[in-house]
Design a protein around this ligand. Sequence first.
Ligand code: SF4
Length: 430
Amino acid sequence: MNEHDMERMSELLIDSGFSCVSDTQQADVVIVNTCCVRAKAEQKFYSRMGRLRSMKKKNGAILGVTGCIAQLEKEHLFERLPFIDFALGTSNIHKIAEAVEQATKRAPYFDFSENGCNASFFVKPNNIKGSVRAYVTIIKGCNNFCSYCVVPYVRGREVSRESAGILKEIRELAATGIKEVTLLGQNVNSYNKNRDDISFPELLRGINNIDGIERIRFVTSHPKDLSSELIGCFGTLDKLCESIHLPFQSGSDKILKLMNRSYTRNDYLEKVALLKKRRSDMALTADCIVGFPGESEKDFLDTINLIEEIRFDGTFSFVYSPRKFTQASALPDAVPGELGLERLRHFQNIQKSITLAKNREMEGKRVEILVEDTSKNSEEELTGRTRTNKIVNFKGNRDMINKLVEVDIIKGYANSLWGENPKAKGGTSC
Ligand code: SF4
């Protein structure tokens, strides 16, 4: 979501005559877009701001803060960081050009209002990078109030975007060469739950009919809102990729209740079974928090055997960190820091071996890749993703970039796959 917000702000500023530079020291305007989901991100922000203060003293650059920390701190941010020129909350990033213009006149500018999430908030990006993949925001905010999460306090309540605007944007993106869209939101599958517009599965069907779009993904999904109608879209809609990010957070019912997640371990396992029934090759990724207050050794082991049972393709795992305003920050029985880290290491070691084993299971298979660019390692190697969102590197020529090609998987590694284009060895490719 933040990455997409950055793209939108960049494009709005480019429309106003700015251009991007790769070196912060060269910039006339520096924007720090922030995240406060975890304490570490917040600490990093404040230490980065210390360094930017010295830079500003030297070159007089305009310095602005956007995103979750701005929304959380509001005007107090100017007390803590008196040298900043502007700040915009999470519902107001579409006002970036106005904020910069005001700041050039040396008038500190801020807007933290929560009613900024109207049609202009969902301003569409222009695909200035000539990319083949794009994010499209379809819903903003969250109504769930998981006990550990600050998002509902900084991104506000759920606001679904009108389906007509989304479909129009995706048709326009397809016309610029976009082949893959990722629908974005804190909880995409509660899209239009309480509104008189089309449902999320209907939206997916509409996008599936757009010429030029070859792949559809969405992120993030709450397990309780993953309906059987939505599960039924996998395997029915040919462009919907067989991959889903479905955070489980804990494998213990006791902890799930304390987290206010509104589902049990069994509910989660049942949804996964339904997904696998639709597509046996469905790739699953998830988020998990270890060391949540009250997490016993048994609760932690419930989490470990959940990942061993499901065999996720990958997980994002974290040690719990208490956040301002949240219910969990007042819970007793904190897990000692070192024990939390030890559990995280154990979790990550097990996940690493599962991911490696799953990547090795891909060896010998022929898969479709959407080629994105040359690889980081070599100009002669290309990189792209499978429909299951796995990174594949292979030897190929630049003509293949932005195209769908077939690749035979030769080797599975911890974080990627190595493949061979059948055309290169005398076979056929699509
Ligand atoms: S559903 Fe996600 S964004 Fe919403 S409160 Fe829970 S963890 Fe936060």
